[in-house]
Design a protein. Structure first.
Length: 350
């Protein structure tokens, strides 16, 4: 089987966003299952199927002008525009119409979570929708003492420091303000945020974040900016804290889990069902909740070890190699034109 992956993230310098990570992880899983993956191939004649992973002009053009079965990954939704792109509310309205046109032009839509699937249905997407976890590469995301030591040495973090960390775009939608407030409330804990603002000046929060928010942070926070291999950050940290306000899945959660880290997330709809409070994660709704949870985990080694065990189990459930095997079957249904079989596939990875 030969699949042409369409993605504009790297050409546009957006290698630091989750969409790019999801795109590359998916490709790795398919290659490990002996699928030949092409990237942005202009000539589709020898391809069996097109899989679109971004929403730019190239993706739109390819979607509307090819005669091959086409899948689109709904990584981007209109409600994410606020804080991520200039224009806010107006951009969101335009984006909703644009995405509706793009997603309905494909033969099948992959939703990264049940939450996103419900939102796609609200948008009146008429194509078959399959919930497909973005997955995690268990070989690439794993803890090592070497990476832990190297990261801590680079950022002058003592081997005895308790590190609470986040990996994500440096925008308010990711929960940046609450992250800072929690750090202020816990001066004896080291906080690390890895991630930049990929859209730069095009980000709706750029000036507020870089000219205001980041000028008043406590000394126990380290902002590393973009890191090429975030498995170093995951190895260096002790607890992954993801106070995001909105996600379509949150693949960094799976990456942290794969590195054996206890996970703290905000209690929002996208995490319902697959992330379970006090089992494979801890959930909070406020700064007060997050402070209490972090204090508890810092002092409770037994609880941390239990969460680590469940994190690794969660990561294995979302192992991209396992997910790819099932995705290949969906691809084959589309290639064969077997929509009856396709409609029976509801969820992969969950």
């Amino acid at each position: 089987m030969k699949v042409n992956f369409i993605s504009e993230t790297k050409p546009l310098g957006l290698a630091g966003i989750g969409v790019h990570s999801a795109f590359t992880t998916f490709a790795e899983g398919l290659k490990n299952n002996k699928v030949k993956v092409l990237f942005n191939a202009v000539n589709d004649k020898n391809c069996d199927l097109i899989h679109v992973h971004s929403i730019g002009a190239w993706s739109f053009y390819k979607t509307l002008n090819i005669m091959k079965p086409t899948v689109v990954a709904a990584y981007v939704m209109h409600y994410e525009a606020k804080g991520s792109l200039l224009g806010g509310k107006n951009t969101g309205k335009f984006l909703e119409k644009y995405l509706k046109r793009l997603y309905n032009a494909c033969d099948c839509v992959f939703a990264p979570s049940e939450f996103t699937k419900k939102e796609l249905k609200k948008m009146k997407i008429r194509r078959p929708i399959v919930t497909v976890s973005c997955g995690v590469n268990r070989d690439r995301f794993k803890y090592t003492d070497k990476k832990r030591g190297a990261f801590r040495k680079r950022y002058k973090i003592s081997k005895n420091d308790f590190v609470v960390y986040c990996v994500g775009q440096l925008i308010k939608r990711k929960g940046l303000l609450d992250f800072i407030k929690v750090a202020k409330a816990l001066p004896d804990v080291t906080f690390v945020w890895t991630g930049a603002t990929p859209m730069g000046l095009m980000s709706g929060d750029f000036f507020k974040v870089h000219l205001d928010t980041l000028k008043n942070v406590p000394p126990n926070i380290i902002f590393t900016g973009f890191v090429e291999d975030v498995s170093y950050t995951h190895s260096a940290g002790d607890v992954f804290f993801f106070p995001t306000l909105m996600e379509n899945q949150g693949i960094v959660v799976l990456e942290a889990a794969s590195c054996g880290k206890p996970v703290i997330v905000r209690d929002i709809p996208v995490f319902e069902g697959w992330l379970k409070h006090e089992k494979n994660c801890c959930k909070g709704k406020s700064v007060k909740d997050f402070v209490r949870i972090i204090k508890d985990l810092k002092d409770n080694d037994k609880k941390r070890k239990k969460l680590v065990k469940e994190s690794l189990s969660l990561a294995e459930q979302h192992n991209v190699n396992r997910i790819a095997k099932q995705v290949i079957k969906v691809y084959q249904h589309l290639i064969d034109g077997d929509y009856e079989a396709l409609m029976k596939v509801k969820s992969i990875g969950y």
